[in-house]
Write a protein that binds this ligand. Structure first.
Ligand SMILES: [Zn+2]
Length: 234
């Protein structure tokens, strides 16, 4: 990722690079932090080691900033991750690099197509100890508030479509840019229905992106971005 960042910034210095800071791409078990594994009744089990993971995350963020990343976007959801990354960046002289925190990340079935493509489903257990229950909205406020106190510069809600009430809630509560992350399952459903001829893809996508803006998103991360830019500039 760091090598790609260096290349992109050398070819297109004006392009904004946002680096996803997590460990799951680099762990063989697919969890977002270091894990202590043990066997119970013939099954491999594990506990995520929160504090030990924080130091690695901070070092990852610093190396991404060194490579030229304009924004650090920690997606791991360990407790205290924003503060750990903020101090790591500050100590390394990257006080100016903002943190886009995946503050409110629900344990969602909408990540399915990405997990399949990236082969990133955890080998055992799930991410529910560090991702949120879709039924819970007050926890979203608590998570966002603690990220703000720890120094987050932008707050993300992920996924977007089924969580627009959460986007609105954060918009009303916090005076920071709110980011809606339109994930792979949301994208794939629309693509599949469009291929069947059941929906008008362009109209549906623009309506959904408009809904995200209306709910209060200042920034939208979406696989439709290139199409949307083309459609909107016509
Ligand atoms: Zn992860």
């Amino acid at each position: 990722m760091q090598e790609a960042t260096r290349l992109i910034k050398s070819w297109y210095p004006d392009l904004l690079v946002i680096a996803d800071t997590c460990l799951c791409e680099f762990t063989d078990h697919g969890h977002c932090g270091m894990v202590h594994t043990f066997e119970r009744d013939g099954h491999v089990c594990g506990d995520v080691l929160n504090d030990q993971s924080l130091e690695l995350l901070a070092r990852t963020a610093v190396s991404q900033a060194k490579a030229g990343a304009d924004i650090i976007a920690p997606s791991n959801m360990m407790d205290g991750f924003v503060q750990a990354i903020r101090s790591g960046l500050d100590e390394a002289g990257f006080e100016h690099v903002p943190i886009m925190s995946y503050s409110v990340k629900y344990a969602s079935a909408f990540y399915g197509p990405f997990r399949e493509a990236a082969d990133s489903a955890p080998q055992f257990g799930d991410r529910k100890t560090y991702q949120m229950d879709p039924a819970n909205v007050r926890e979203a406020l608590r998570e966002a508030e603690s990220d703000v106190l720890e120094g987050a510069d932008m707050l993300m809600v992920k996924p977007a479509m089924a969580y627009l009430d959460v986007v609105r809630l954060l918009r009303d509560q916090f005076d920071l840019p709110i980011v809606a992350y339109n994930v792979s399952g949301e994208y794939s459903m629309i693509k599949a229905a469009a291929q069947q001829g059941w929906i008008n893809e362009q109209a549906i996508v623009l309506e959904l992106l408009t809904a995200m803006k209306r709910a209060g998103a200042d920034i939208i991360i979406t696989y439709f971005s290139k199409d949307a830019v083309r459609w909107m500039s016509k």
